[in-house]
Design a protein around this ligand. Structure first.
Ligand code: 5AD
Length: 481
């Protein structure tokens, strides 16, 4: 049986795609290898959203050169966004790569690998499934479902943000029929999943002719709120529902209404803003102003008391002045983001912003990023500190890395409804993953909380594994504070 090793870079979408790759490989008789050295197939699932992620890939693939020299039969595959972006060129650029597979070609992966093993010449397969979009689902065995699971609702992107390579690497928007989405969620929940995170590049632009029409003629209105309602109505046992990432353009009044109506929706939204300056937003082609963004998040917060927000920000976009960078800092304070991800602008192939000079010096970008993180951390601290002494409802996701807790038990990690990470300790032999418990918060750290599980909650926990832990979030390439 051939053994595979999958190395993931980038966003949740990639983490999810890697799981799909593993599952199609397993369905064709492949098994997971113990290490890269023991693998017959190594897949690099790549990210090209920022230059650094792409460089990281090239250096990681480079490290496999000696192994490939030693074992020429080893198949090396580059998948994901760099695969889509570079296609056949990758085979020339990195000669020890055998296979290039785009994000829409995952179902063909096992066949292509077997061809390589049978001696076929190197090949690149990177075509979008525009005519007949495919969405792979996995059906977990009972008790084997993760506490929190990603479910894809759409792929591709029809926005044209001037900095972003995604429309090029992921293609045009294609939506999954809502019946399929509801079906996958129902199967996950039946197998033990408690929380679902809906995944899409612009998750709130969802459309499906099978759902009721959009609630207004506003061209930014989508059927996403109807999808949320369909999930809540048809999978009542689902404990928590999240989605990522919405584009502010589609965060309409009807989305706010869905937050007011549906208790299952978590009280936290990650909504990328990118900049707090109207001039920069215009040049980024974001299609909203600072005031419109603020109005939209206030509307969500008015719909659901205590809803918190996090965001993505780019510093040093072409032409951004110091004063404009300061406008972003003031926006972070004004909105009150509880956490943020910040990135230095990097020019990407095929993007409209390439026509603008990348004129903010590297040092200046670093300084703006450092100032942004400073403000971000200050906001996070101000949010987390007052939670000490409160009681929070926490979904336990699984044992933490390292495992051993200071009190002789096992460290576990969970999340509150508002996405705060909470560390707790469970006695040995008690299974926590998938359980929703009450926790008294005892300490606040830079990006997380620690607490003690309420004795009543603790006594209700089973003595054997309840659910497999969720795979960790962004693996490589995330530059969070
Ligand atoms: N340079 C820097 N950051 C980028 N992002 C996307 N494209 C670029 C780029 N060219 C950031 C955005 C996006 C996040 C996933 O990555 O903030 O929301």
């Amino acid at each position: 049986m051939p053994r595979f090793w999958v190395h993931t870079f980038g966003c949740q979408m990639n983490v999810h795609d890697s799981e799909r790759m593993e599952s199609v490989l397993q369905s064709q008789g492949f098994v997971a290898a113990e290490s890269v050295e023991a693998a017959d197939l190594v897949v690099f699932n790549t990210c090209s959203v920022r230059e650094r992620a792409e460089q990281k890939l090239r250096s990681e693939v480079g490290k496999l050169k000696p192994l490939k020299r030693e074992r020429p039969e080893l198949v090396i595959c580059v998948a994901g966004c760099v695969a889509q972006q570079e296609g056949e060129r990758l085979l020339q650029q990195i000669p020890h790569v055998d296979l290039v597979v785009g994000p829409d070609n995952i179902p063909e992966l096992p066949g292509l690998v077997l061809d390589q093993m049978a001696g076929s010449p190197p090949v690149a397969r990177a075509t979008f499934d525009v005519a007949a979009p495919r969405f792979l689902a996995v059906a977990p065995a009972p008790g084997q479902a993760p506490a929190s699971a990603y479910v894809t609702t759409m792929k591709g992107c029809d926005e044209r943000c001037s900095f972003c390579v995604v429309p090029y690497t992921r293609g045009p928007e294609r939506y999954r029929p809502h019946e399929e989405i509801v079906g996958e969620i129902a199967a996950l929940v039946a197998a033990g999943t408690r929380e679902v995170v809906l995944l899409g590049q612009t998750v709130d632009s969802f459309r499906d002719p099978g759902l009721p029409p959009p609630e207004s003629d506003d061209p930014d209105e989508s059927q996403f709120p109807h999808l949320l309602r369909a999930i809540a109505a048809r999978v009542p046992a689902l404990a928590r529902l999240r989605y990522t990432s919405p584009h502010p353009r589609h965060a309409t009044a009807s989305l706010a209404r869905a937050h007011a109506e549906l208790d299952v929706l978590a009280r936290h939204v990650h909504m990328p803003v990118q900049s707090g300056s109207d001039r920069v937003l215009r040049r980024m082609i974001r299609r909203y102003t600072r005031a419109e963004y603020i109005e939209r998040v206030r509307r969500l917060q008015a719909a659901r008391a205590g809803l918190t927000l996090s965001t993505d920000i780019i510093v040093g976009f072409p032409g951004e002045t110091r004063a404009e960078a300061d406008e972003t800092l003031s926006l972070v304070r004004e909105v009150g983001f509880v956490s943020l991800f910040g990135f230095k602008y990097s020019p990407r192939p095929h993007t409209p912003a390439l026509k603008l000079a990348d004129d903010v010096p590297e040092e200046e970008k670093s300084e703006r990023l450092a100032r942004l993180f400073e403000v971000g951390e200050e906001m996070t601290r101000a949010h987390l500190a007052p939670l000490v002494g409160t009681r929070q409802t926490v979904l336990l996701e699984g044992a933490s890395k390292g495992g051993d807790g200071p009190g002789g038990g096992v460290s576990h990690q969970g999340r509150t409804e508002r996405n705060e990470i909470v560390h707790v300790e469970l006695p040995r032999g008690v299974a926590g993953a998938g359980a929703i418990v009450t926790v008294e918060v005892t300490a606040a750290f830079r990006h997380s909380l620690a607490g003690v599980i309420d004795p009543v909650s603790l006594s209700g926990l089973p003595r054997r594994p309840a659910a497999a832990p969720r795979r960790s979030l962004p693996v490589v390439g995330s530059e969070g504070p």
